[in-house]
Ligand binder design. Structure first.
Ligand SMILES: NC(=O)c1ccc[n+]([C@@H]2O[C@H](COP(=O)([O-])OP(=O)(O)OC[C@H]3O[C@@H](n4cnc5c(N)ncnc54)[C@H](OP(=O)(O)O)[C@@H]3O)[C@@H](O)[C@H]2O)c1
Length: 396
């Protein structure tokens, strides 16, 4: 036993040491920077940028010159920035695409952020869809943590007139993730039985909206009792909400419910994935696109994740292809960043999500908002796992 414990500790150190050396503040924490927003002039903008990735303390405000507005581009005065869990992984240095961009861009810093809403301040030559003063929302492959953006027209959408800027910044990434997982890969349709993990989060609540529109019967799983009222109020008849049991007891919880699911939207990882796969119906699809439970967490929870690195690693789900054949189940994995490099496909899916998925019928659920000057606190709130709906940063 003693040998096992010692071996486990040594193995843990071997795995954790390189990470700890690379990202020391991940273990030690760090002071969040906030305060008043740096001033910007007509020719500059303010950004929250990271020169290194590894902790929230890396985020620093800086003033930068505005880039030129080229043909086909618009200058946007950002009014709201929508946060995604990917931002947390990005800032912590755990998002490979962000690490690569920081290394290869040659700019010496990375500005995180994937989506925003705002007003067109200037439309460049050749822009046909938008003019000065239009309200828009859009996507950017990192770089949204800024007060102004220069963006290609193709990546912008007109905002529904009755939506606030906060709501406009809350739709695109999580809505597309939900649509791609549920419908494009999961083939959810009227009558499908669906299980959604982290149902009160950004992706989760977009998924429930799509399920309601399509006519699916949905079980929404959340991590805390405090999130139940949100689901009951917003989806009173289309979703059965449950608080998930601890990881080792989750399979029994699903057993006791006695249901199996045609589509599972799985973003927790670990034993939550295996338990949900066991409850995927024959010809059903489990779509895995996140590992928030396995790698998320702040404070003590985050530290415990590091200490449990080895047991968690050893207990990671191992999928047996033979069993998928005999049980008639499929497992998909995807990363939306792949789609962002294929703009035509992205636009097609976006239109489908809005029309067939019904995401343009009702504004997205915005949870908490934070001022731009307190952006790191907003990322920290999302990281804590306590957020409900979308976390949005407001630029005055
Ligand atoms: N692959 C892709 O392309 C893609 C794109 C977008 C998002 N995602 C993934 O989808 C998931 C949801 O993303 P989101 O942006 O909508 O975030 P979110 O669901 O609004 O927030 C993350 C949620 O994860 C859950 N969670 C479970 N254990 C946690 C822990 N230890 N620490 C923190 N949170 C924990 C919490 O909900 P409960 O406790 O209620 O479960 C928390 O609210 C994430 O796993 C994200 O990485 C993947």
């Amino acid at each position: 036993m003693a040998a096992y414990v010692l071996g486990t500790l040594l193995f843990g150190l071997a795995l954790a040491a390189p990470m700890a050396l690379r990202y020391p503040r991940l273990l030690l924490g760090g002071k969040l920077r906030a305060g008043t927003i740096a001033a910007s002039s007509a020719s500059t903008r303010v950004a929250w940028a990271c020169e290194t990735l590894g902790s929230l303390a890396c985020l620093e405000q800086r003033e930068e010159p505005l880039p030129p507005v080229n043909d086909g581009e618009c200058l946007i005065g950002v009014r709201s920035i929508g946060l995604n869990y990917a931002d947390v992984f990005c800032v912590l240095g755990l998002y490979e695409a962000a690490n690569k961009m920081l290394k290869e861009s040659g700019e010496g810093a990375l500005v995180p952020g994937l989506e925003f809403s705002g007003e067109v301040l200037q439309a460049g030559k050749g822009v046909t869809k938008f003019k000065k003063g239009d309200r828009v929302y859009g996507f950017t492959r990192f770089g949204a943590y800024r007060t102004k953006l220069v963006i290609r027209e193709k990546l912008l959408q007109p905002m529904p007139t009755d939506w606030s800027y906060e709501e406009g910044a809350a739709l695109l990434v999580q809505g597309l993730t939900a649509w791609h997982g549920l419908v494009v890969l999961g083939n959810a349709k009227a009558g499908s039985s669906v299980l959604v993990h982290s149902a009160a989060g950004g992706v989760g609540s977009a998924a429930l909206q799509i399920c309601e529109t399509l006519g699916c019967s949905t079980v929404g799983v959340v991590g805390a009792e405090s999130k139940m009222s949100f689901l009951k109020e917003r989806y009173p008849s289309s979703c059965t909400p449950i608080v998930r049991a601890p990881e080792r007891k989750y399979k029994k919880q699903l057993d006791d419910m006695g249901r199996s699911y045609d589509v599972v939207l799985e973003s927790l990882g670990g034993r939550y994935l295996t338990a949900a796969l066991d409850h995927t119906a024959p010809m059903g699809r489990l779509v895995h696109f996140g590992a928030t439970h396995a790698y998320g967490g702040s404070g003590v929870d985050g530290l415990l994740k590091w200490l449990k690195l080895v047991p968690n690693y050893l207990a990671r789900p191992l999928l047996d292809p033979g069993k998928m054949v005999s049980t008639n189940r499929a497992v998909f994995g995807f990363n939306l960043i792949w789609l962002t490099e294929r703009e035509d496909e992205l636009t097609l899916e976006l239109n489908e999500m809005l029309t067939r998925g019904g995401l343009d019928k009702r504004p997205p659920a915005v949870g908490r908002t934070f001022p731009f000057a307190e952006l790191p606190a907003a990322v920290d709130h999302l990281r804590s796992g306590a957020s409900v709906g979308k976390v949005v940063v407001v630029v005055e």
